[in-house]
Write a protein of this length. Structure first.
Length: 334
């Protein structure tokens, strides 16, 4: 019996996909083999170019990857390629970890190679048990990089240490913020990194960043304010501020809802039924009231529901009207 045409098409599509995947795997394997061959040739040339040890035993033959990685006379592109192509495998070996630590802390080496080496070390550090013998050396290297002349290395090192709530880097950032002295990262970045630890009193710095920062910085500041009860009044003011950017106001609403759900509900009701306010903010407030608030209490507020009824038929803001209709349709016993 002839199968339905649809099944035949599906089988053919599956076969085509299988063939494409097989071809892609084969090409990737061939490319990898060619790379290893080229790497071996480069490593052999590197060994030939090295000065021979006088009077000592001949040097042991290194892995081609190690030879290329550690030969600072080679183009940085060749050394970085080793890390990009083989990073996942070499990050499991102690000898390579030691080599990477040496590269990262060598300020005379190529910045691009050092940055790539630090990325591989960061991945290796997630293999907690295997990486444990190198943890202290890694921490020392990160602290050393805090004062490195290469901005990308400083930024990465400071970020990793701050995420670990490292007390030394936290004090370094706090001293720089208080004194207005040079920081290892930009001032806004320093504030955000400190804000990762909500056990610190970061609210004054977040308020500073909100007052003087870009839109994205203000949004981040408002997001972190959600961890500080003393920020409630500030968040209420931002949520009500019609001149503030939509994304910043929406984030302030989320933060306020986390701190003081009742206050958010009251203000969201005002905004969502105010025809002069930003339609996106109004729609977000209505949606939050429907899906994230105390829905029984929301629907029990008959005055508010009546206002939503008016909003649902106001096509001057169709996006808001649609959300209002959705809210009304979900009323119990509606």
């Amino acid at each position: 019996m002839r199968p339905p045409q649809g099944d035949s098409v599906s089988e053919q599509a599956a076969e085509n996909l299988e063939e494409e995947l097989r071809r892609a795997v084969s090409e990737a394997q061939a490319d990898h083999s060619q790379y290893l061959s080229d790497l071996a040739a480069t490593a052999a040339a590197s060994r030939v170019a090295r000065p021979s040890p006088e009077g000592g035993p001949p040097e042991a033959v290194e892995d081609p990857a190690m030879t290329v990685l550690t030969d600072t006379s080679l183009p940085e592109e060749s050394r970085v390629e080793v890390l990009h192509r083989l990073g996942s495998s070499i990050s499991r070996r102690a000898d390579y970890i030691e080599a990477l630590l040496a590269i990262v802390t060598d300020r005379s080496d190529s910045a691009a190679v050092r940055e790539a080496a630090l990325q591989v070390l960061g991945s290796a550090a997630f293999q907690v048990v295997r990486f444990r013998p190198h943890q202290q050396a890694y921490a020392d290297a990160l602290h050393d990089l805090v004062a490195d002349p290469v901005p990308a290395l400083r930024e990465t090192a400071v970020s990793i240490l701050a995420q670990q709530h490292d007390p030394v880097i936290q004090e370094t950032l706090l001293q720089g913020l208080r004194a207005g002295s040079p920081l290892p990262v930009e001032r806004e970045r320093a504030i955000l990194l400190l804000a990762e630890d909500d056990h610190l009193d970061n609210l004054p710095w977040l308020q500073e960043m909100y007052r003087s920062g870009s839109e994205s910085a203000r949004q981040e500041a408002v997001r972190f304010m959600g961890s500080y009860p003393d920020a409630q009044t500030t968040l209420e003011g931002i949520l009500r501020d019609k001149s503030e950017a939509t994304g910043v106001r929406q984030q302030s609403g989320a933060s306020l809802r986390n701190l003081a759900p009742d206050r958010f509900e009251a203000i969201a009701k005002e905004i969502s039924t105010d025809p002069t306010d930003d339609p996106e903010v109004r729609a977000a407030c209505l949606s939050a009231l429907q899906h994230l608030g105390d829905t029984a209490r929301v629907y029990a507020d008959t005055e508010f529901v009546d206002r939503v009824q008016d909003v649902s038929s106001d096509e001057s803001a169709p996006q808001v009207a649609q959300v209002a209709r959705d809210l009304l349709e979900q009323r119990p016993n509606s």
